[in-house]
Design a protein around this ligand. Structure first.
Ligand SMILES: Cc1cc2nc3c(=O)[nH]c(=O)nc-3n(C[C@H](O)[C@H](O)[C@H](O)COP(=O)(O)O)c2cc1C
Length: 352
């Protein structure tokens, strides 16, 4: 980490977390943050759902909800970037404060509730995305929507033409009843509608499904069945958790979704369980607590074809991204792998 980034992070941690988040976006937009540029090697190059990635380290949804720093994110070393969640209509989200640092735990709790500028505005920004690089959008539903399924389809139709993939996010804990869409019958209908809407777009973006870490074994098995039946292109495991086990920070009892280090073990266990059930039929993207190259590698060995991260950047800065990608390259080389794909899932049986 450069001295400039160290000072920047120190200053950001002196203000409330949502203000810090806004300032970090502004600094990126103004070109004040040193960025690595693309990171790739023959070992790091990989393909997921027919999308070629320069490296398997992606940005998770929720950092750039409104697609305001696409150009900078394209130069930050990520192999792929997911923006959003976007909902059909703009909405303010939950009352502030709604983002809490848990510094002792290297974690945060958020209950943003899909605050965003709405699909039309976000689609217009995505239309100016960088030509190179892989960009996707997290789909959400409006809080007051009577037909959440229709909301996902609506955002896909509006923004889908601009992106390489969309993510059906039925796992945010901050929109009432959203997680109910993870049930077998509901999920099946939802995915059917989304896939059919996707198939009528000229660019046919890949459709990913993002799940919660709090599902039981039986619920996970149902998700895997539905994902296979509907031919989902990839599953992202996982979103934030409602669990509060083992936390030390004063903010530990805030309502919302917990992300960062305490999520690592549970999200990796869920990832490995899915990897065992799916046995390579649907690729997986591992998310939750990734803050080092070793942790990214652990997710890959547990079954992830690629990883995403968010919370660790709040503690370690955006230079963490190229550091993880390069570190992963070294770890793969050390273990004698020619490419990422060879390491995917080699330890998935160890999580039983
Ligand atoms: C402030 C914040 C906002 C988030 N917003 C979204 C969102 O809109 N959609 C979504 O699918 N996930 C969202 N997430 C979850 C992340 O994409 C990711 O799944 C989760 O934080 C675990 O990864 P991490 O431990 O690397 O942060 C959000 C996370 C945070 C911390």
């Amino acid at each position: 980490m450069s001295t400039l980034e160290k000072i920047g992070l120190w200053a950001l941690h002196k203000v409330d977390p949502e203000t810090a988040h806004g300032l970090s976006l502004r600094a990126l937009r103004m070109g004040l943050v040193p960025l690595s540029g693309p990171v790739t090697t023959t070992r790091l190059k990989t393909t997921i759902a027919n999308i070629d990635l320069p490296n398997p380290v992606g940005l998770a949804a929720g950092y750039d909800k409104n697609a305001v720093v696409l150009a900078a994110l394209g130069r930050a070393g990520f192999g792929f970037v997911e923006v959003g969640a976007a909902t059909p209509r703009p909405q303010p989200g939950n009352p502030k404060p709604r983002l809490f640092r848990l510094a002792k735990d290297h974690a945060v709790i958020n209950r943003f509730g899909f605050n965003n500028d709405g699909a039309d505005v976000i689609a217009a920004r995505l239309a100016h995305r960088p030509k190179s690089g892989v960009f996707g959008l997290n789909l959400g539903a409006n809080k007051d929507s009577a037909d959440k399924r229709h909301d996902f389809v609506n955002v896909l139709q509006t923004c889908g033409p601009q992106v390489d993939f969309v993510t059906v996010n039925v796992s945010s804990p901050n929109t009432e009843n959203l997680r109910d869409l993870q049930g077998k019958a509901e999920l099946s209908e939802l995915l059917k509608a989304v896939i059919s809407a996707r198939d009528s777009l000229a660019n046919t973006p890949a459709v990913f499904l993002k799940i919660a870490p709090d599902l039981s074994g039986a619920e996970l098995a149902d998700v895997a069945d539905v994902a296979l039946a509907q031919k989902i292109d990839a599953i992202i495991a996982t979103n934030t958790t409602l669990s509060r086990v083992g936390l030390q920070s004063a903010n530990k009892n805030q309502a919302g979704g917990l992300s960062g280090q305490p999520l690592f073990d549970r999200s990796t266990t869920v990832l490995a369980a899915l990897a065992r059930q799916l046995d390579g039929q649907i690729p997986l993207i591992g998310v939750g607590g990734v803050g080092s190259a070793t942790q990214a590698y652990t997710k890959i060995k547990a079954g992830a074809s690629a990883v995403q991260l968010y919370t660790a950047m709040a503690f370690q800065g955006i230079s963490l991204v190229p550091k993880i990608a390069r570190g992963l390259d070294e770890l793969l080389e050390k273990d004698g792998f020619d490419n990422v794909a060879q390491a995917v899932g080699i330890e998935k049986e160890d999580y039983k």
